[in-house]
Design a protein around this ligand. Structure first.
Ligand SMILES: Nc1ncnc2c1ncn2[C@@H]1O[C@H](COP(=O)(O)OP(=O)(O)OP(=O)(O)O)[C@@H](O)[C@H]1O
Length: 299
């Protein structure tokens, strides 16, 4: 599959803070990516770099084979929706949509109108009078109806209630099936989007911690729950990510999976072995410290 975005040794520092630290990865054509990581991990900075909204400190970015910075032909094929999207003060919902129609070559006005109805947005309401959720819905509508070959959503759904978020996921899934494109979703609601994601990139402290197909990640970690002694025996030799004790019961999260014999052995010992969810895996891989300002990597 063709790479539409290639990043090599990319770094962005703000003073002494390395927001993105020597990152390399590819985004392939027509895939849905999850860009995951804790607060301050560097996700927004990375998306700003990809869309030419920040200048890199070091490294290479190629989008459709070209540098995106001040590159009209590349940027016309990208859509970046962020939670903090700002619009001119006098704009109403319909003005935002009319501007988006001019900005994005693949804009589908019928799809946009159906989404406006789905999300119950009042077309003539001034944007500055929209509720937080309505403002998020407006961003989601622009991002979907733009049908940009590379679409990045940076947590645009923070204000959306659970029903509206599900509507977004459903419309996104249906629309990418019909009009394939590369989508990057940055989110903390990992369990909610897990089934949408085809590939996961996990960022931690500005570095890539995981870059893997979502299917492969489903067998990446397991929860082993049962009497402490039996759990210890079964998890010996595995990389332990976390252990918690609940009275006489121990639950250990380990990297990797178990063969059929071990699963049978576990059952005989009264131990349950379940695959970790994507969210459990991400939490266990990134709970080692509270992210804070970090020193620029010395080179
Ligand atoms: N303009 C800036 N000036 C200084 N530091 C910045 C700037 N933008 C980002 N940072 C710092 O870079 C790091 C990464 O921030 P970034 O916003 O990319 O993280 P994030 O993963 O998007 O976080 P969140 O999930 O909380 O939105 C943080 O330490 C942040 O304080």
């Amino acid at each position: 599959m063709t790479a539409v975005v290639t990043v090599e040794g990319l770094s962005k520092t703000f003073g002494r803070v390395a927001a993105v630290d020597r990152v390399s990865f590819e985004l392939r054509e027509n895939r849905v990516y999850g860009l995951l990581g804790r607060n301050g991990a560097g996700k927004t900075t990375l998306m700003q770099l990809l869309t030419g909204q920040q200048f890199r400190t070091a490294g290479e970015i190629r989008v459709f084979g070209e540098d995106p910075v001040e590159n009209e032909s590349v940027l016309a094929r990208m859509c970046f929706i962020k939670e903090s999207q700002r619009y001119p003060d006098q704009f109403q919902v319909r003005h935002v949509l009319a501007s988006a129609a001019l900005l994005y070559p693949n804009w589908d006005a019928h799809f946009a109108a159906s989404l406006v109805a789905d999300f119950a947005l009042p077309p003539k309401r001034p944007v500055k009078k929209l509720s937080r959720g309505m403002l998020s819905a407006l961003g989601v509508i622009v991002g979907l109806a733009a049908r940009a070959p590379v679409t990045l959503f940076d947590e645009p759904y923070l204000g959306l209630d659970a029903v509206a978020r599900q509507l977004f996921y459903d419309r996104l899934l249906a629309d990418v099936a019909e009009h394939p494109r590369t989508v990057v979703l940055s989110t903390h609601l990992i369990d909610e989007v897990a089934d949408l994601l085809e590939h996961v990139i996990l960022i931690d402290h500005g570095r890539v911690l995981l870059d893997q197909e979502a299917d492969a990640l489903r067998g990446e970690a397991a929860l082993v729950t049962g009497p402490a002694g039996a759990v210890d025996v079964l998890t010996a030799g595995h990389q332990v990510l976390h252990t918690e004790r609940l009275g006489a019961v121990t639950r250990t999260t380990v990297r990797g999976s178990f063969d059929a014999d071990t699963l049978a052995d576990a059952r005989a010992r009264g131990v349950a072995i379940d695959p970790a969810t994507l969210q459990q895996l991400v939490v266990r891989l990134t709970t080692h410290s509270i992210p804070g300002p970090r020193e620029e990597a010395t080179r």
